[in-house]
Design a protein around this ligand. Structure first.
Ligand SMILES: Nc1nc2c(c(=O)[nH]1)N[C@H]1C(S)=C(S)[C@@H](COP(=O)(O)OP(=O)(O)OC[C@H]3O[C@@H](n4cnc5c(=O)[nH]c(N)nc54)[C@H](O)[C@@H]3O)O[C@H]1N2
Ligand SMILES: Nc1nc2c(c(=O)[nH]1)N[C@H]1C(S)=C(S)[C@@H](COP(=O)(O)OP(=O)(O)OC[C@H]3O[C@@H](n4cnc5c(=O)[nH]c(N)nc54)[C@H](O)[C@@H]3O)O[C@H]1N2
Ligand SMILES: [Mo]
Length: 762
């Protein structure tokens, strides 16, 4: 294994494009490092294609007319990560106590490869020991049965298939709770809440074909080059048609600047690059509300002028009258908004917003693409609502080439919500489930991620089952969470690789290894397929073919089924074994619960490009309270939820180009020119000077939430960077120790990871 971490990290601007030879080299680096064999290399050609497997990395759409290689650098890394030759065996655990492993980095923990055996924590030796599956299931069920269901949390991470997710949600409800937080709670929940309230659907309204019909794109807070690289093809094609792409991002992200298609031999040979953004506005973190307000001010002013002169109106008055409510109040708020405040908050001159507004006003069909830069703020839901306001002003929802386009994170995170992984009763057809399975489903709202954290810290949560993910590492307030975790009566983790969450045992602790999606999953009826839903609501079958990492692995549906069977009283309406034996029967059950979205589910499983589950708002049917699309007047022009003060910075916690969430592939962030370390503090040169710091100086950050709790992250290297003044950047998850659990989006409870109030401590 090469050790990539360096004692003399290098930080210098990266000159190349996104994609290009750098991306091929980066992939050529990881494949041999993971010692993946010819079987794995063959698998790459099946990635994201009909009858192939769906990438375990991001949720971006998989086109019907696929490329010869329908994967990107990041997808290739994710495949190599899962198909690695390395194994974390019971012998490994014989040699290392959990106390020792808690001193390891995230990178080192996962680099030892795939988990091979079910493991029980042995408190006397402070080690994991191999156990039998039956012993694990019996012990877990016996520990859960006497507990109050309200004190048990069933977490899942968005990679889990539709089939396993449906079973998991049903098991929790039959057991007696809907404490079903998932990674979406830390991610696009602001979208689910904001879009649902504004336009009646919790998801984006657009599909891939809309990229062929838009004539402008507004791009807010998403780092496409690292986190959804396959979308660069769609953006490049847009640019070739002359589509304007106006980007708002505090950082100059390379993927949003220029791209060379690694799949195009001519582009590669000639080093041809496509410029992606036609305007790039480096606004301050948390100031999107203000920026959008500025754009709206121009639209309204130009519309007024047009009315006075008898010119072409700028606002779509017919659409507004027919389809929306609240426009008058919103437009009044736009008129009242103060330019000085907008310029101060965004750090942008008015002229920049005018240029952006001009593109928007002249375009007939506009996509608004966005990611975590919008959702992970105290006013994250209002950010989403403001984006909708902007779209509604010109009728940009429910017509070709237009609409909100949230870029989802995990490959099935949107789908989990579709099939019942949610703590909210109104999002599940409870009566339908009750009829289908003959039980009384809980109506009380369950715990989301933030509430689960509170519960772990205050001791009201007694047991935690994690279906994938790295909850303890991904959540805020990590210090208090790690301290409280051992108080749990039960901690169960279902995983593919060892991560930090696994190192914090409860009284009864199991680590259960499962198959990955790329591996062959053979059950009683033969080889199985699973399915996922992408960012544009298309559902894809996925068939793993590779020999499993260990003969002792069980699939996620098999693990959930085995546990449910032991935990729940027998029920003639649910045959868990039959479901596990043949996943098409789980799909039949899903179709029965959700007939509209999953019509002819099994028949359409391998539709090229996936089958679309439909979207009412895309047809301009608004399933909101008012039955119209709703404008909202934002409560503030800053999304941060705190006041600017001398010495207080807005910290953005970021992903590098060499990680998938808490999985760290390496220590290089190629596009940002950072090599050999993740311990950087990105900071504006003038702020470094003003704070009397020096480039390369080692500092600590402390949270500045005013709640008297000391949260501190040591050892950060002051790194001059092109970042707006008053803003800082550091990597997630190492920075999570600085995030107060109560610093979250107001309505959605998404931790506000993109504007954390901090101070620099020398
Ligand atoms: N390779 C790879 N792919 C991934 C992931 C991964 O870790 N690695 N993670 C997956 C998951 S779960 C998710 S949710 C997505 C995440 O993908 P993104 O949504 O891209 O999330 P982040 O990397 O956190 O970065 C958000 C971007 O927002 C910008 N930003 C920060 N604050 C603000 C702000 O206030 N306003 C604006 N306008 N921009 C801001 C940052 O500079 C950054 O470019 O990617 C998914 N895909
Ligand atoms: N500060 C800060 N915090 C954040 C964010 C941020 O931007 N800033 N982003 C948030 C976001 S958007 C998200 S989505 C969350 C991510 O939170 P999670 O989804 O909980 O975390 P991951 O890092 O994706 O989980 C990685 C682990 O999943 C397991 N795994 C991988 N594949 C499989 C599989 O097929 N099956 C099973 N059972 N397990 C598997 C492996 O053991 C691996 O260690 O983090 C959130 N936290
Ligand atoms: Mo995410």
């Amino acid at each position: 294994m090469t050790k990539q971490r360096s004692d003399s990290p290098e930080i210098e601007p990266f000159q190349g494009p996104a994609g290009g030879w750098g991306s091929v080299r980066s992939l050529a680096d990881i494949l041999p490092r993971e010692h993946v064999g010819p079987e794995a290399l063959r698998e790459l050609t099946r990635q994201n294609k009909p009858e192939g497997f769906m990438c375990v990395s991001c949720a971006w759409s998989k086109p019907a007319d696929h490329h010869p290689f329908e994967f990107c650098e990041e997808g290739g890394k994710a495949t190599a990560w899962e198909l690695t030759h390395f194994r974390t065996t019971p012998e490994f655990f014989e040699q290392h106590t959990l106390s020792e492993l808690r001193g390891w980095s995230d990178y080192d923990l996962e680099q030892h490869g795939r988990l091979t055996h079910p493991l029980r924590y042995d408190c006397d030796s402070d080690k994991y020991v191999a156990c039998a599956w039956d012993e694990a299931f019996d012990h877990i069920a016996a520990t859960l049965k006497p507990l109050d269901p309200k004190s048990v949390v069933f977490y899942s991470s968005g990679r889990t298939s539709l089939e396993a997710s449906y079973m998991y949600g049903l098991m929790a409800r039959m057991y007696g709770n809907q404490n079903l937080p998932d990674s979406s709670n830390m991610c696009h929940e602001s979208t689910s809440v904001g879009l649902k309230a504004a336009i009646g659907v919790p998801v984006g309204t657009t599909q891939l074909k809309d990229f062929k019909e838009c004539d402008a794109i507004l791009f807010f807070g998403q780092n496409v080059g690292s986190n959804a690289p396959r979308m660069l093809h769609d953006l490049r094609d847009c640019r070739k048609r002359g589509v304007e792409i106006v980007t708002f991002n505090p950082l100059k992200e390379r993927g949003l600047e220029r791209f060379t298609d690694p799949q195009n031999p001519i582009e590669m040979a000639t080093l041809k690059e496509t410029a992606i953004s036609t305007q790039y506005h480096q606004l301050r973190a948390g100031s999107d509300l203000a920026a959008m307000m500025g754009i709206c001010k121009f639209l309204v002013a130009w519309d007024d002028a047009a009315k006075a002169s008898g010119g072409q109106p700028v606002l779509d008055h017919d659409f507004i009258a027919q389809h929306t409510t609240g426009a008058e109040d919103f437009i009044a708020a736009v008129r009242a908004a103060d330019w000085t405040e907008i310029e101060r908050e965004t750090g942008l001159p008015r002229g920049d917003l005018e240029k952006a507004a001009k593109v928007y006003a002249e375009a007939k069909a506009v996509l608004a693409i966005y990611g975590m830069g919008i959702t992970q703020h105290v006013k994250g839901v209002e950010n989403v609502r403001m984006l909708v306001n902007l779209l509604l002003l010109r009728g940009n929802i429910g017509k070709p080439g237009a609409g909100p386009t949230p870029v989802r994170g995990h490959s099935n995170v949107q789908g989990q919500r579709t099939v019942g992984i949610t703590e909210k009763t109104e999002l599940v057809p409870v009566e339908k489930l009750e009829k289908q399975y003959g039980f009384t489903a809980p109506r009380e709202k369950g715990l989301d991620t933030v509430e689960s954290c509170r519960g772990v810290i205050d001791g009201s949560v007694k047991a935690f089952v994690g279906l994938g993910g790295n909850f303890l590492r991904a959540v805020p307030e990590t210090q208090a969470m790690e301290a409280a975790w051992p108080k749990l009566r039960l901690s169960v983790q279902i995983a593919t690789k060892l991560n930090r969450n696994h190192l914090f045992p409860g009284e009864v602790t199991y680590l259960l290894p499962c198959l990955g999606r790329i591996e062959a999953d053979v059950q009683a009826s033969g080889p199985q397929a699973v399915s996922t839903e992408d960012s544009t609501s298309c559902i894809h079958g996925s068939r793993g073919k590779v020999t499993p990492a260990s003969p002792h692995l069980l699939s996620e549906p098999a693990i959930v089924g085995a546990l449910a069977k032991r935990l729940l009283p027998p029920n003639p309406n649910v045959d868990w074994d039959a479901w596990v034996g043949d996943y098409s029967r789980i799909r039949d059950a899903i179709e029965e619960t959700y007939p509209a979205a999953f019509e002819k589910y099994n028949e359409r499983l391998f539709t090229p490009g996936g089958f679309w589950k439909g979207n009412k708002a895309a047809e301009r049917i608004w399933e909101t309270e008012s039955k119209k699309a709703e404008f909202l007047v934002p409560s503030d022009l800053s999304a941060t939820g705190f006041k600017d003060e001398q010495g207080r910075y807005r910290l953005m916690t970021l992903r590098s180009n060499d990680q998938f969430n808490t999985t760290i592939y390496g220590y290089h962030d190629r596009f940002r020119g950072i090599k050999g370390t993740r311990d950087v503090l990105l900071m504006h040169r003038d702020d470094i000077a003003a704070a009397a710091l020096a480039e390369g100086q080692i500092v600590a950050l402390e949270s500045d939430a005013g709640d008297g709790i000391l949260r501190r992250r040591e050892g950060l290297i002051v790194t001059p960077y092109e970042i707006p003044r008053g803003c800082l950047g550091a990597y997630y998850p190492e920075a999570n120790v600085l995030m107060p659990v109560e610093h979250h989006a107001e309505q959605s409870h998404v931790p506000a990871a993109k504007s954390v109030p901090v101070r620099i401590a020398a």
